[in-house]
Design a protein around this ligand. Structure first.
Ligand code: MN
Length: 228
């Protein structure tokens, strides 16, 4: 055992369906504007420009099943996304080989302090203050590929208080999962434990304390996440 000068931070570990073993998280990459209708609603051209990514912190992923409304914002938006969990990685991964690195998939929310993100965008500054805050990514259990296969199509939806707010189909992603993995691997060294949030369909909007969010992806079931 190595000797640390302070207590070592805990490994962030997410529950995996049908097993006691958990999925340890290394990094979290999030793609922006990956569904055309969402790019349009945010005021951007949906043409296939090169993808862009930002990061959240591993411990922003929160499997607790609730979302505490964060401080310093009065405009916190839901973004339902499919999360992709990697079991291996590397550099210069070919698109054709990319899915071999996927361990599984999970429901997730890229919660966003939209007011703060907007200020940062205007000033050309990084987005972390709007995106990478505490518990900013509620996540469901990880479903291994062995159980659910690979997901490239199927309904993705978010309800708030039983009303559909976001809907789309995984097949509407501008950059598909294998393309995202390949692209990221050209710029970063991907590795086991990395997580990719694959973008949100149209219909993002604010939540309030007391709201019940319900995220679902066909093949991954649904998870309710109250805003507390
Ligand atoms: Mn997002």
């Amino acid at each position: 055992m190595p000797s640390y000068s302070i207590d070592a931070p805990e490994v962030v570990a997410l529950p995996v369906a049908n097993t006691d073993a958990t999925f340890p998280v290394r990094r979290v990459y999030c793609i922006g504007r990956n569904y055309a209708a969402h790019a349009v609603e945010m005021g951007h051209d949906p043409d296939r420009e090169p993808p862009f990514f930002f990061q959240k912190n591993p411990d922003n992923l929160d499997p607790s099943g609730e979302f505490p409304y964060p401080p310093k914002s009065s405009d916190v938006h839901h973004e339902v996304e499919m999360a992709v969990m990697l079991k291996s990685g590397g550099n210069n991964i070919a698109i054709a080989d990319a899915l071999e690195h996927v361990f599984g998939y999970a429901l997730s929310l890229d919660m966003t302090r939209r007011d703060l993100q907007g200020e940062q965008k205007k000033m050309g500054r990084p987005w972390e203050i709007g995106k990478a805050f505490e518990r900013s990514a509620p996540v469901g259990v990880v479903h291994p590929v062995a159980d659910v296969g690979h997901l490239s199509e199927g309904r993705i939806e978010l309800k708030v208080n039983n009303e559909v707010r976001q809907e789309g189909d995984l097949n509407q992603m501008i950059w598909k999962v294998p393309e995202m993995i390949s692209y990221l691997s050209d710029y970063f060294t991907l590795a086991a434990g990395d997580v990719i949030l694959s973008g949100t369909p149209a219909g993002v909007g604010p939540v309030q304390k007391g709201d019940i969010m319900e995220m679902s992806v066909q093949g991954l079931g649904s998870v309710k996440v109250p805003v507390t």
